[in-house]
Design a protein around this ligand. Structure first.
Ligand SMILES: [Zn+2]
Length: 165
């Protein structure tokens, strides 16, 4: 870096009695735009004034700003957790309980419960088919399935009637 060069220059310029060195030690180690050494005596711990300190360079400030911004984003993301996010965390933390509910449905004595459990499980694992009604508590999966079966039976009956007639 430049500092090494300026130190070498300083050493060569120090008179034999060394009297100048103390006053120069508090002068900024930076170089002005016109190429002259900076004469500022208000220097930081790193030996540079506010203008020339590498710690206060635009790149360092940009990096500091970027890091502060990233911290802010992470904090806001944590604060912005929705109820859905929290429920999802609960589900993942206690997945076995959730699974046991599916499991007992799958081995139920009631055939319709077994089927509904299987359909719900498949829908959760692979996504709901487009015929399923999303977000309608009055029409759960079993109801949709029943009505689809009823419609299929109805169409079958119609076909039989047409075949007979
Ligand atoms: Zn300076």
């Amino acid at each position: 870096m430049r500092s090494t060069v300026s130190e070498t220059v300083e050493d060569s310029e120090v008179p034999a009695n060394g009297g100048v060195r103390d006053s120069r030690a508090t002068t900024c180690r930076g170089t002005r735009r016109d190429g002259e050494p900076c004469s500022s005596r208000i220097v930081r711990a790193d030996g540079y004034c506010r203008v020339h300190s590498p710690a206060l360079s635009s790149e360092a400030l940009v990096e500091q700003t970027r890091q502060a911004s990233a911290r802010g984003v992470a904090r806001r993301r944590e604060q912005a957790k929705t109820v859905r996010d929290r429920l999802r965390e609960k589900v993942e933390a206690d997945f076995e309980t959730l699974w046991s509910a599916f499991e007992s449905g799958l081995v139920s004595d009631d055939e319709r419960t077994r089927l509904a459990s299987a359909v719900a499980l498949l829908a959760e694992a692979y996504g709901r088919p487009p015929v399923a009604i999303v977000g309608d508590p009055d029409r759960p999966v079993s109801f949709v399935l029943d009505s689809l079966l009823a419609r299929a039976r109805g169409e079958q009956l119609l076909e039989l009637e047409e075949g007979d007639g």
